[in-house]
Design a protein around this ligand. Structure first.
Ligand code: TEU
Ligand code: CA
Length: 553
């Protein structure tokens, strides 16, 4: 297995809108990020991935881009970006940009040209089709944010495809001009000195010709998945991107590839595939879901272990894993996989961190996770800002499919807005995020859970993450060791070993508030403890206990 910096790195995801507001308009911005670089350096991360900061009308908070080579008004200017990049590099921190090129905003100049007439040179930048004879949409596909994936456009009496919102028209990657325009834009950012790309829904860029109807789903629309995820030319286009852009720089890439299989992941991110460095797989965060993605239940631990372990062992030596519990599209890790009741919040957040950071792959920390930030206690619909949550309520409740009583706990549990409430910096008004009115409400628990309270507390979740990250720098086995799951059926304990040469690690995590027995394997009898979330040793595992032992064989 080749050794590279991005395998050894820890990545921190910033959702700029909610990270730090420098000018009191209630919206996080680039100067805000720059002002917190020292905090991130103290934590010990190596790379910052920024969710999109490009010009955008914000239908989907920046994932709808109207100009790839400029900065969103609320976030600042290109000069602010250059300053942030310089300051990050001066501290040895790398910057990875979000690349959203499955679709643009409908306010992008390309789309405005494209929709203006059938013979416009940009017409084929997007996917236009005639309606059916009765005037209805060209096929049955549903969009990710509800409704049809097709929008009728009066100007030319045709429909355009949008797999997300109608303000996010899909680009036509079969058009060579589109590919080259995207590659030129990427080269422009690379020449600025950025250190990589996280590629939004990159598995969806190639659609099956003819765009056939998809299988029926609960929503009443057809599933576009079989015809536009891992489509016929996706690997060809990524190899072309690699040749024309990625291979020219020392950068890292991670593809967002929901629904990816092991076989597909090896194609995208194999050691010799000449496409991407790694992909995000979503099986462990999509293993729940009663109504589409919506649910108020937890994933059973044996299923969680089986899913994660499959990726650990199947990719080993072939392709590289990325490790995450949460991101800007997911609920808060501690509320979802741990226990956010006050007495267990910190200990279970540390347990989750141990479990993830000792696995094989590059770990990602989502802003606030290092503080043990929790889901938001929603009480009414007007607290939601996310297009997905707002559309979901309309599609499931207002349509009459489910009662509000049934859907509400599911929405609160899974809404993307849980992750998007502002970073909690201190116990001053708005958690120190803004001096103005925040664009989305701050979690009221900021008075207790905040960075200022944690940074200098040796027992905090933050300090625990610091220790974990420094262990990764000291022990190669954490990065490169092979993985083996113990006790696959155990409903409470997640335990596994890592092995490299004559060294072996044992990670033991109790995922419950109970005190199950765990017998330490003989070979670890004299092992040293690298880290633990309880102070002294004990016979039984305590609630949410986690520890790591290291031995030499
Ligand atoms: O998300 C891709 C994606 O598949 C989403 O539908 C995801 O499954 C969903 O948000 C989970 O509830 C990416 C971005 O991460 C997301 O923020 C964007 O909204 C989306 O692409 C469109 O660009
Ligand atoms: Ca601001």
């Amino acid at each position: 297995m080749n050794k590279t910096w991005w395998k050894e790195a820890v990545i921190y995801q910033i959702y700029p809108r909610s990270f730090m507001d420098s000018n009191g308009d209630g919206i996080g911005d680039l100067k805000g990020i720059t002002s917190k670089l020292d905090y991130l350096k103290t934590l010990g991360v190596d790379v910052l991935w920024l969710s999109p900061v490009y010009k955008s009308p914000n239908d989907d908070n920046g994932y709808d881009i109207s100009n790839y080579q400029d900065i969103m008004d609320e976030f600042g200017t290109l000069e602010d970006f250059d300053e942030m990049l310089r300051e990050a590099h001066a501290r040895g921190l790398k910057i990875v940009m979000d690349l959203v090129v499955n679709h643009t905003s409908d306010e992008h100049a390309w789309f405005m040209e494209s929709r203006s007439s059938k013979d416009n040179p940009y017409r084929d930048y997007y996917i236009w089709r005639e309606g059916k004879e009765d005037g209805s949409a060209p096929n049955n596909w549903g969009a990710c944010f509800g409704g049809s994936a097709w929008e009728y456009d009066n100007a030319t009496d045709m429909y355009y495809l949008h797999l997300f919102s109608k303000k996010q028209p899909d680009l036509n990657w079969d058009n060579e001009k589109v590919r080259n325009a995207v590659f030129d834009m990427m080269n422009w950012w690379c020449q600025k000195g950025i250190d990589g790309f996280r590629m939004d829904v990159i598995s969806m860029i190639s659609k099956v010709p003819g765009l056939p109807d998809g299988p029926a789903t609960d929503s009443g629309y057809g599933d576009f998945g079989p015809y536009s995820v891992h489509g016929p030319h996706v690997h060809e286009y990524l190899k072309e991107m690699n040749e024309k852009v990625l291979s020219k720089y020392d950068i890292m890439t991670v593809g967002e590839t929901a629904g990816v299989t092991i076989e597909q992941a090896v194609k995208y991110a194999g050691e010799d595939s000449h496409e991407l460095n790694m992909v995000f797989q979503f099986e462990h965060v999509e293993a729940d879901g009663k109504y589409g993605k919506w649910t108020d239940e937890k994933v059973p631990l044996p299923l969680l272990k089986e899913t994660l372990s499959k990726w650990q062992t199947s990719l080993y030596g072939k392709a590289w894993n990325s490790l995450f519990w949460d991101n800007h599209d997911q609920p808060r890790a501690v509320s979802r996989f741990g226990d956010d009741r006050p007495e267990y919040r910190a200990v279970s957040a540390k347990m989750l961190a141990t479990c993830l950071h000792m696995m094989q792959g590059t770990p990602y920390i989502y802003q606030g996770e290092e503080l043990g930030m929790t889901n938001y206690p929603f009480t009414s619909m007007d607290e939601f800002r996310d297009i997905e949550s707002i559309h979901a309520y309309r599609d499931w409740v207002e349509s009459g499919k489910l009662t509000k009583e049934v859907f509400w706990p599911c929405l609160c549990n899974k809404s993307r807005d849980n992750a998007r409430t502002p970073m909690q910096w201190d116990d001053s008004a708005n958690g120190g995020f803004t001096t103005g009115t925040p664009w989305i409400q701050v979690n009221p628990n900021y008075t207790k859970i905040n960075a200022a309270a944690e940074v200098n507390d040796p027992d905090s979740v933050f300090s625990y993450y610091r220790t974990l990250l420094s262990l990764r720098k000291q022990h190669e086995i954490i990065v490169y060791g092979s993985y083996e799951l113990l006790l696959p059926e155990d409903p409470s304990i997640f335990a596994y070993t890592r092995t490299l040469g004559n060294e072996k690690l044992l990670t033991v995590c109790n995922f419950t508030d109970q005190t199950p027995d765990f017998e330490i394997p003989e070979e670890f009898a004299d092992a040293a403890c690298l880290i633990s979330n309880y102070k002294e040793a004990a016979q039984k595992l305590r609630p949410y206990e986690a520890y790591v032992l290291k031995t030499t064989l």
